[in-house]
Ligand binder design. Structure first.
Ligand code: SF4
Length: 178
């Protein structure tokens, strides 16, 4: 998997100050995408042990609330396996820090279907993710007032509450859980 950037102090993609990873490769081609250079799976550089170390060191501060992975598309089949390894290492070392994942795929229509079809990687990813921001960016629904997402169709899904309830539970508007 290639990646475009690691941000050590990101305040735009989840609550508090976070470390974020922008992976390369995305097949959604949303109109008005803010990050179209990352559509190319070969963009940026190969994710390495050094990059993993950089993330782990950046997370090692009390003021860092968590880790966000976005792109590009973390849930593309080419990226899922590497993203899973990254999240497993983060969860093991920093169980108190929240993990947010941004995907252009739809939780019910895509991710749950893949799991039903036997995709263990996606199932394991969803066990580690605290908040899943799902759905493509829809330019006509762009709203700059929305926290942590670009367009009104996208949801901030609270994965723990969703699993407990058996249906999708979103974070309340303005919620800033860490
Ligand atoms: S899913 Fe995200 S990165 Fe991919 S095209 Fe849409 S806005 Fe861009």
């Amino acid at each position: 998997m290639n990646y475009a950037a690691i941000k050590r102090t990101d305040v735009a993609n989840g609550p508090g100050v976070r470390v974020s990873l922008f992976v390369s490769g995305c097949t959604h081609a949303c109109k008005g995408c803010f990050n179209s250079e990352t559509w190319d799976f070969a963009y940026g550089r190969a994710f390495s042990e050094e990059a993993q170390r950089e993330i782990m060191q950046a997370l090692d501060h009390d003021y860092i609330k968590g880790f966000s992975v976005l792109g590009g598309e973390p849930m593309e089949s080419q990226n899922r396996g590497t993203v899973l390894e990254i999240l497993q290492k983060i969860k093991a070392a920093y169980p108190g820090k929240s993990i947010w994942c941004y995907t252009g795929y739809d939780y019910e229509k895509d991710l749950k279907r893949w799991i039903a079809e036997g995709d263990r990687t996606v199932a394991e990813l969803l066990e580690l993710i605290d908040v899943l921001v799902d759905g493509e960016f829809v330019e006509e629904k762009k709203d700059l007032r929305l926290a942590f997402r670009g367009s009104g169709n996208q949801r901030l899904i609270d994965m723990k509450a969703t699993k407990k309830a058996g249906h999708v539970v979103c974070l309340p508007e303005g919620n800033a859980i860490g």
